[in-house]
Design a protein around this ligand. Sequence first.
Ligand code: SAH
Ligand code: SF4
Length: 385
Amino acid sequence: MAEHPLSLSPADWEVRARSRRLPAWRGRQIYAALHAQRIETWEQAAHLPAGLRRELSGEWPVIAPEVEHAYASTDGTVRYLLRLADGAEIEAVYLPLEEFEAGGRRRARRHTFCISSQAGCAVGCRFCLTAQLGLERNLAAGEIVAQVYLLLRRHGLHPGAGGDRLNLVYMGMGEPLLNYAAVMASAGRLTEAGGLELPPRRMTLSTAGIVDKIRQLGGESPRPRLAISLHASTDELRERLVPLHRGQGGLEALLRAAREYPLAPRERLTFEYVLLGGVNDSLQDARRLARLLAGMRAKVNLIPWNAGPGLAFEAPPPERVREFQAQLNAGGLPAWIRHPRGQDIYAACGQLARAAAPGGIAASGDRPLPAAATAIPAQPLRDTL
Ligand code: SAH
Ligand code: SF4
């Protein structure tokens, strides 16, 4: 795969400019067109000479992914099916959240972008729809960045200005720590001066638990916040749910890496725990989990399981979710319930599975959407939201 133009840093562009016998500032101009102006096509970089624009579009014809479908949920969530230059398909999800001051006055809007790091996923967690696709390929750093810019454009957002606050979660398709270099490069592009300049604390990376990469991540700067998908409080159960568990040294190695992870002053680790009815949702599970995480600067996000075709699990009853949360709190562990967003359009956690599976499941775009969901045309949404 050819390199993606959004993968390159300002220094990379300076080198590219010099190799074309152009001054270094031209390179920085190209970088600014891509990351400050956030062009979708080279024609939009009006301040670059026409000849250079032609050369650049010859070398890098595609900057932005193509939007194949956008599905809007009744709760404001929008799921995008995106086609990359080589035809690989991924998904990105936009989740808006209004914030109100006491008295009901609108204060600011918080927006979360959930982006993919791989097309498909190789990890094979039993309860996750993406797992059924297998891994098609890693994304380039620029393909990860391009999802963010696309969502910004479509929703008319300018983070930092006018109170728009953006949170970015690497929680779409794929296991980000199995595409480590590209994921870290994408975090570099999104946080560095001259681009979007997203504060690193606004980014969270969720991993199924790749122990040596968790350790490596702890040493990076800038780095996203870390969320570990735990889902079980015994080795036996975690091995069944997350097939790579045993090869990573079990709970002992994973939790040791978590305890030794260097946290910034107000940083906390997040543990995600998908609640599977009758599998890992007993109060005994909750007590064991609280003991395992005792003394850590951590919180738990409880995610009631979201259904997917062909997956033989059940969501726990709502009162069980609340009891589980209360049990963790009683054990001294802060725990939150992540209410599903965009379930009606298959945008909730673990429901992303658009890419065609070889001989596999029906792709989500082909799944009938419930009546409440609207398939909206592939065009900017600003006026429709
Ligand atoms: N691969 C990474 C990040 C993507 S998945 C990881 O596993 O952490 C994001 C979160 O959704 C993970 O915590 C994952 O366990 C959870 N998830 C997967 N399938 C789910 C489902 N069907 N219902 C609820 N959460 C699910
Ligand atoms: Fe991959 Fe995460 Fe799904 Fe597991 S839960 S299969 S790691 S995307």
